[in-house]
Design a protein around this ligand. Structure first.
Ligand code: B4P
Length: 189
């Protein structure tokens, strides 16, 4: 079974939600760059203070910051049996950086899960999360901005992995269990 995976999709498509579910089944570690940034913001570390400036606006944190953070995380022991990277890479420069990190370890990616959902549904989900969790970047203006940043920057990421034949596109609409089952089927296919 597949062990080195990425999950890509627009904000609100269910990446974090599904990452938690499928890594449990696969026995690999989930690594969410968004979660690592939020933990650093909460602890007010230098990384968190830097990242917050971008996150609050809905912009991407600079590649230099994000890349070295991921490289450190991928060097840890719990990653040796596999990983699911959630929300990384999001730019072409991040794709190239990740290629270099994996190449140095003699590893390849097994699959890239692309979760899809239409824009109205994405905005609806994130506004609902805003009511529940109160994340600073879940206001309607910032959500729209995050969606446009995703379209601008991350389409090329998907294209790069499509060219390598790695992308498994999965419909992110429906009940959580249904979406999880679709992802597991896509990984087995
Ligand atoms: P992320 O934390 O990755 O935030 P996100 O795109 O909103 O996705 P998330 O995983 O949280 O939400 P999900 O779709 O699971 O990034 C936040 C910020 O961090 C970025 O804007 C950026 O500033 C920075 N960042 C992170 N990675 C970066 C990188 N590589 N480079 C640069 N900057 C980076 O779920 C959303 C909501 O939908 C949830 O409330 C969930 O309950 C709900 N939901 C999920 N599935 C559903 C379903 N099937 N039906 C109904 N609701 C559903």
């Amino acid at each position: 079974m597949t062990k080195r995976l990425l999950i890509v999709g627009p904000p609100g498509s269910g990446k974090g939600t599904q990452a938690a579910r499928i890594t449990e089944g696969l026995g690999v570690v989930a690594i969410s760059t968004g979660d690592i940034f939020r933990a650093n913001v909460k602890e007010m570390t230098p990384l968190g203070i830097e990242a917050k400036k971008y996150m609050d606006r809905g912009d991407y944190v600079p590649d230099s910051v994000t890349n070295s953070m991921v490289e450190d995380r991928l060097a840890q022991d719990d990653v040796k049996d596999g990983f699911l990277l959630d929300g990384y890479p999001r730019t072409v420069a991040q794709v190239e950086f990740l290629d270099g990190v994996l190449k140095a370890k003699g590893q390849d990616l097994d699959a890239v899960i692309l979760l899809t959902a239409d824009e109205d549904e994405l905005v609806k989900r994130l506004l609902k999360r805003a009511e529940i969790e109160g994340r600073d970047d879940d206001t309607e203006d910032v959500i729209r901005h995050r969606l446009s940043v995703y379209k601008e920057q991350t389409a090329d990421v998907v294209a790069a992995y499509r060219d390598r034949g790695l992308v498994r596109e999965v419909d992110g609409l429906g009940e959580l269990d249904e979406v999880t089952a679709r992802i597991m089927d896509a990984l087995k296919a």
